[in-house]
Design a protein around this ligand. Structure first.
Ligand SMILES: NC(=O)c1ccc[n+]([C@@H]2O[C@H](COP(=O)([O-])OP(=O)(O)OC[C@H]3O[C@@H](n4cnc5c(N)ncnc54)[C@H](OP(=O)(O)O)[C@@H]3O)[C@@H](O)[C@H]2O)c1
Length: 285
């Protein structure tokens, strides 16, 4: 027998990157549980379509759209301020935005985009919302990482992989950064009533694989073997809502089970160093 869905009436949840893929289904799941849902998207039209679907499929009293392109730290700062001002509380932050770039691209902040969007932007957003989460505790931060983290290491002389770019290296490093971020965040949040967990959602048939030529030659076939976005949303949604994980912090989960991270993801010194370097890069240090 499956457990009844948690009741999230009165809880406010922020999901980034909910215009499609895993994030939209996390947001739908939270709305079905009655949460007030705020989604952060970069494209107004896709965001409005997502709000309509999340509202129609859920039983939330409020589903709202906030706009920010995570490839610009200024936009992350602006949306953090809007979330702080407009939401009654913040009980759950799901750091889901993510992507991979077929080619290297350096944005206005002077950082390669994959590392910026996947790590620095959620790092900054979480930091800017941390006092609200703490004030509204019990609260949860869930970061959608990836098993891709096992196949790489960080290079502190080339954190954003700009010097030696490959799509996979940049993506895997950004996901290792998610794992280390989660580790250090959980340590820093000890005793606050705010938990930090991260997960691998599975290999999921979403837009993240639409990287153009030559990937387009194999992806339609490869996607047939991947799980659907609804299924990929299951573990992050569970981490965001399930009573069973109330109070659990610091873990990395796959299919609702805590699993060990790769040794390079369990390196406390690297986690602390990455935190300090990231804080400096986003102007918090
Ligand atoms: N799919 C997988 O197999 C897999 C495996 C492991 C981990 N993950 C992780 O799961 C998370 C969700 O990915 P997904 O698979 O659901 O991919 P997706 O369908 O491409 O969704 C990514 C979401 O992030 C948004 N986004 C991307 N770049 C952005 C930016 N610069 N600013 C604001 N929003 C941006 C996208 O918005 P647009 O609609 O505007 O593009 C979309 O809403 C990512 O963190 C990814 O690393 C995925």
């Amino acid at each position: 027998m499956t457990a009844p869905e948690p009741d999230l009436i009165g809880r406010t949840c922020v999901v980034t990157g909910a215009s499609g893929g895993i994030g939209m289904h996390v947001a739908i799941g939270l709305a079905r549980m009655g949460a007030t849902v705020a989604i952060v998207c970069r494209n107004r039209a896709r965001g409005e379509t997502a709000v309509a679907r999340i509202s129609a499929e859920g039983r939330s009293e409020s589903v709202s759209l906030f706009l920010a392109d995570f490839a610009e730290l200024g936009q992350v700062r602006r949306v953090a301020e809007q979330l702080r001002q407009r939401l009654p509380a913040i009980h759950v932050l799901v750091n889901n935005v993510g992507g991979a770039g077929a080619k290297a691209s350096i944005g206005p902040d002077g950082v390669e985009t994959t590392f910026l969007v996947n790590h620095l932007a959620p790092f900054l957003l979480t930091n800017l919302l941390q006092d609200r989460l703490t004030a509204d505790a019990p609260a949860r931060v869930v970061t959608v990482a990836s098993r891709a983290h096992v196949r790489t290491t960080l290079d502190f002389d080339d954190l954003d992989s700009a010097k030696a770019y490959s799509t996979f290296r940049a993506y895997a490093r950004s996901k290792l950064a998610n794992v280390l971020f989660n580790r250090e965040l959980a340590r820093r949040l000890t005793g606050t009533g705010v938990t930090a967990t991260c997960c691998h959602p599975g290999v999921v048939a979403t837009g993240i694989w639409d990287l153009g030529f030559p990937f387009s030659l194999i992806m339609p076939l490869a996607k047939l073997w991947m799980i659907a976005p609804e299924e990929g949303a299951d573990t992050p949604l569970w981490l965001a809502s399930a009573p069973e994980v109330e109070g659990a912090s610091g873990g990395y989960y796959d299919r609702r089970k805590p699993v060990p991270v790769a040794p390079q993801g369990a390196d406390d010194a690297a986690a602390k160093r990455l935190w300090d370097v990231s804080a400096h890069m986003v102007g918090l240090g």
